[in-house]
Ligand binder design. Sequence first.
Ligand code: PNS
Length: 161
Amino acid sequence: MIIALYPGSFDPVTKGHLDIACRAARLFDRLIIGVYDTPEKKLMFSTAERVALFSEATRTLPNVEIRPFSGLLISFARELKVDTVVRGLRVSNDFEFEFDMAMLNRKLAPELELICFMASPEYQFLSASMMKEVARLGGDITAFVPANVVKAIKSKVAAER
Ligand code: PNS
């Protein structure tokens, strides 16, 4: 049984993240999505909210579980006894960041294998930060994030005003 860990900030989950999660869930027996609690970015959603949004968006995928984590990714992977990490890759900028992170993680935990999924063409340009900006500026994000996230972002944006 192969269990994979898909970590990220997911602030909030987009259809790009969801696409990677669905494809990974088809490939592995179980997929644990790790929502990192303290990324170095200004967050719109709390950890509990990010977990709840991703859980709702994946409720039809029986082998997917969403878990918050803090500290090092390799420690969380070891705690879960998982040796496969999944990440999505969009364009070259992603590659450089992912490459550095993979090399660092490999040094820290050589037993951990990284599998990168190429983002589907329709989601190559998508980022959670762009979605928040577009929503704040009144744009329509329904094509890019799950329906529950559209609702959640709208209510955050309304509360900011
Ligand atoms: O969605 P993101 O922000 O690109 O995800 C980045 C994430 C959460 C996977 C990465 O920052 C991470 O693994 N953080 C946990 C802390 C850690 O292990 N840091 C060392 C590797 S960068």
